[in-house]
Design a protein around this ligand. Structure first.
Ligand SMILES: *Cc1c(COP(=O)(O)O)cnc(C)c1O
Length: 375
């Protein structure tokens, strides 16, 4: 079976993990700080707080933004459910807004129509790696007095109008899950352009513990004293995984280059298959591609999915619209409310895309797709 995604782990990664696992610090040690500094090299220098997953990063970012009951979070339904679920868990109302036809990313006009005085965060998702229209979304967020959050689980390394992901939003979240563009097995990070938001994220990741006597209410308690001023969780990414992350970051330029090559190979090989709509290539962005999201006629999508799976090709559908999940349906969200996102979902088929995929694999997948439509 050709997988749809697979991590790339080489000897340099193995050596980095082997060193880290015998270090005195397994967690909360120097490899964490090092990984966070290495990440900042990708985000225009904006600092990062490493956490245990992309989902934890979203939860932490919303907590840092002060999201809670009585507030609205405006976001796209065309995403993995965690983008919305983490805001709902904090008690906010999730207000979905439709996506753009070309990119599948949050439509600034739809977001502008969805914001209210209760909106405190507007959350975009860089679908497949291509950036949302961050300049227009910045205007929408500023106009509403809301923070702009970018779920960049797909897009570390992407630049938009010359600026890197991590420098485009008030808060940016990353995922290092095994299928993503770099991996720490499970892991994620929050990046922020605001020192205040970043400090709040760092606090939430570590139980909200305050160790600095200057900030404590009862600093005279003793040298062991630490106190909690607001609730948090343990979302700390251990040193062993941070060491893997730093090693993977050194390889990220090569990962991005190979993904771009493979993506271009799909484009070329599928260009003459009339039924397939290729991913659009935004010209004001330099995209680190995470997915290869082909679109096919919706009446053919399921049969093509089964045809490819039966031929041993791992394909995937990204994503079931978030508002279709029963947990949101039970809150009153209805199918048909977001027609562009729902059409994207009905037509979408992610073809295998990962660093170890061979040119011949791409050609075989494309032959199978062509054969399906001509057969
Ligand atoms: C993967 C992903 C997440 C969640 O990240 P995990 O590390 O799996 O928790 C969130 N949003 C999007 C768009 C993702 O692709």
């Amino acid at each position: 079976m050709l997988p749809y995604a697979r991590q790339s782990v080489d000897e340099s990664d193995v050596a980095a993990v082997a060193r880290a696992v015998t270090d005195p610090y397994l967690t909360t040690g120097p490899a964490v700080t090092r990984f966070e500094a290495d990440l900042a090299g990708w985000t225009g220098g904006n600092p990062a707080v490493a956490v245990t997953s992309g989902t934890a990063a979203l939860h932490t970012a919303y907590a840092a933004a002060g999201v809670g009951p009585g507030q609205d979070v405006v976001t796209t339904p065309f995403t993995f459910v965690a983008t919305a679920a983490t805001a709902a868990l904090l008690g906010a109302r999730v207000v979905f807004a439709d996506v753009e036809e070309a990119t599948g990313c949050l439509d600034p006009a739809a977001a502008a129509a969805a914001v209210t005085p209760r909106t405190t965060v507007v959350t975009a998702v860089d679908y497949a790696g291509a950036p949302a229209d961050m300049d227009a979304l910045r205007q929408v967020a500023d106009g509403a007095g809301a923070l702009l959050l970018e779920d960049a689980a797909h897009s570390i390394g992407t630049t938009w109008r010359g600026r890197p992901v991590g420098a485009l939003a008030d808060l940016t979240t990353l995922s290092f899950f095994a299928t993503k563009n770099l991996t720490t097995a499970e892991g994620g990070a929050v990046v922020s352009t605001s020192p205040d938001l970043l400090a709040r994220a760092a606090g939430f990741r570590n139980h909200g513990l305050v160790r600095d006597p200057a900030r404590q209410r009862w600093p005279d308690e003793g040298p062991w004293h630490q106190e909690v001023h607001s609730f948090g969780l343990n979302y700390r990414l251990p040193d062993v995984l941070c060491a893997l992350g730093s090693s993977q970051l050194r390889r990220l330029p090569a990962f991005i280059a190979r993904r771009a090559e493979l993506s271009a190979r799909y484009d070329a090989a599928l260009a003459d298959v009339a039924e397939v709509t290729l991913p659009s290539r935004p010209h004001d962005a330099d995209v680190a591609w995470h997915l290869y999201p082909a679109r096919v006629p919706e009446e053919a999508r399921r049969a093509l999915f089964e045809h490819l799976r039966a031929a041993g090709v791992g394909v995937q559908v990204n994503y079931v619209p978030a508002h279709w999940h029963p947990v949101f349906a039970d809150l009153g969200y209805r199918r048909g409310e977001f027609p562009v996102a729902e059409r994207w979902y009905r037509q979408e088929l992610s073809l295998p895309l990962f660093v170890g995929l061979g040119d011949a694999d791409v050609d075989r997948v494309c032959d199978l797709v062509r054969g399906f439509f001509s057969g």
